[in-house]
Ligand binder design. Structure first.
Ligand SMILES: [Zn+2]
Length: 473
């Protein structure tokens, strides 16, 4: 390339080099032409050669003894995965590994895409000992702890999630004043270990949010909730949220006697989608779910009481259900089995479903990550195929989040986990995750978590570029 650019001006000068025109003007032209040529060579060098010199590619070959083909619900034995610069570049019985590639031996393990939790609250842990009405326990947490304390707690919970095999989470509000955005930036910058995050910022809700206000202290729901009642306020709330770093908008639809209408939801969705940001809706009642679906949201959170008609509407429109089913020990048998029955109906009707936990409390002896895996069992009780449950927690959740993850195929981020037992036989195998790779970086190997304090830090952005979240990244 550079050779051609260099020879062109010489050829041109030779062509014009009769004694008659060998003048000072011709010499000037010659200089100018050589000047252009040098610039052209420099540009060509920057485009074609420099990147390869500046960043040598890193290659890792993983020997995957049992590769869990989540999409087709089967095990492929004796596979290899080639990871190049944080991405999967090839999967097959024998990949073309360059000389000097690093090797990771998982030949005795079951290897699958990293887990994704589409409904977390990393900066919320309920306070114990409260049994007042109106969601008392997390009301207390939001009143007593400031955002900085909750982010400190979130650094611990983020690490717990990654250690358990969760490589992506969608954090769904209840983070004080953008505590989730702070966590996301710290993780993206490599300051702390944790899953990649999608962040909701402040939850947008009709007056009162999810709390019962005291008329002498009407602001106690803030900053947890962003009250927005008119369409102008809703647009403002969406914009302000995105400005401060929300990468997904969350609406609270039906916690008050006055619920968001289809039109209210549509206003928020149009504003958010126009910026490339998706919208989720906290909705429990059939009417609330229906309004949110008709208003165009991307997912329904909780969705405890949908009619079959509403589930059919969700299936038709491709609206995800993120069930968030607390175990019976926490929720009581009646409500738990009602959720199990809803999962059966949703699956039979063909509603797209993504796994989301909603863990917000301690369970002695378990990390937040282990607790989260426990939330998969409402789908086991609903007798959904194990492969489908794994798809909900990998590829389906990735599609909802807009994350380039959830599948072991070329071009995806190298988000890979492994464990000694087969999760297709028993979902409990996920409790034994012994290997975790996120974006090509190993965080857990041989059951041991490892993380080195980085010597090169990034300063990650607060907000995402326009259109980012509707594209895969
Ligand atoms: Zn929640």
């Amino acid at each position: 390339m550079s050779l051609i650019i260099l020879t062109l001006p010489i050829f041109w000068v030779n062509k014009c080099s009769t004694p008659f025109i060998r003048t000072a003007q011709a010499m000037k032209t010659l200089h100018r032409v050589f000047g252009y040529a040098i610039v052209a060579v420099a540009i060509a060098y920057i485009i074609f050669a420099a990147p390869h010199i500046v960043a040598a590619q890193s290659h890792t070959v993983i020997n995957a003894g049992h590769l869990v083909d989540v999409e087709n619900g089967r095990i492929l034995t004796g596979q290899q995965i080639l990871v190049t610069d944080g991405h999967i570049s090839e999967v097959g019985p024998r990949v073309a590994a360059p000389d000097g590639a690093q090797r990771i031996d998982l030949s005795d393990s079951y290897v699958m895409p990293g887990l994704i939790d589409a409904h977390t609250h990393l900066a919320l842990q309920e306070m114990d000992g409260s049994d007042i009405d109106d969601h008392g326990s997390y009301y207390y947490a939001s009143l007593i702890e400031d955002t900085s304390m909750r982010v400190a707690q979130g650094t611990m919970l983020a690490r717990a999630m990654l250690e358990a095999g969760f490589v992506w989470v969608r954090d769904t509000g209840n983070n004080g004043l953008y505590g989730d955005v702070t966590l996301r930036r710290a993780i993206e910058g490599g300051w702390i270990p944790g899953p990649n995050m999608v962040t909701a910022g402040r939850m947008i809700a009709p007056f009162g949010g999810q709390f019962q206000m005291n008329p002498e202290k009407p602001d106690l729901g803030e900053p947890e909730y962003f009250y927005a009642d008119s369409h102008t306020e809703i647009i403002r709330a969406v914009r302000e949220n995105v400005h401060y770093g929300a990468t997904f908008i969350k609406l609270i639809i039906d916690n008050q006697p006055y619920i968001y209408s289809v039109d209210d939801v549509r206003v928020a969705v149009e504003e958010a989608h126009d910026m490339g940001v998706k919208v989720m809706a906290h909705a429990a009642s059939d009417e609330g779910i229906r309004n949110a679906v008709l208003g165009g949201v991307d997912s329904i959170e909780h969705g405890f009481n949908p009619s079959d008609e509403t589930l059919e509407l969700m299936a038709d429109r491709g609206t995800y259900l993120v069930g968030t089913d607390f175990p019976a020990s926490r929720l009581g048998e009646t409500r738990y089995w009602s959720n199990v029955e809803r999962n059966k109906r949703a699956h039979a009707i063909g509603v797209p479903m993504a796994f989301g936990s909603d863990v917000v409390y301690y369970e002695e002896g378990k990390t937040r990550g282990e607790q989260t895996i426990g939330f998969l069992f409402s789908y086991v009780d609903a007798e959904l195929p194990n492969a489908h449950i794994l798809r909900m927690a990998t590829m389906h959740a990735a599609d909802l989040l807009g994350a380039n993850s959830g599948r072991l195929e070329a071009g995806r981020n190298a988000d890979i986990i492994a464990m000694p037992a087969n999760p297709l036989d028993d979902v409990s195998a996920l409790y034994g995750v012994s290997f975790v790779m996120k974006d090509g970086h190993v965080y857990k190997e041989g059951g041991q978590f490892r993380w080195d304090i980085p010597t090169k830090l990034n300063n990650p952005r607060r907000k995402q570029p326009r259109g980012n979240m509707l594209r895969q990244r």
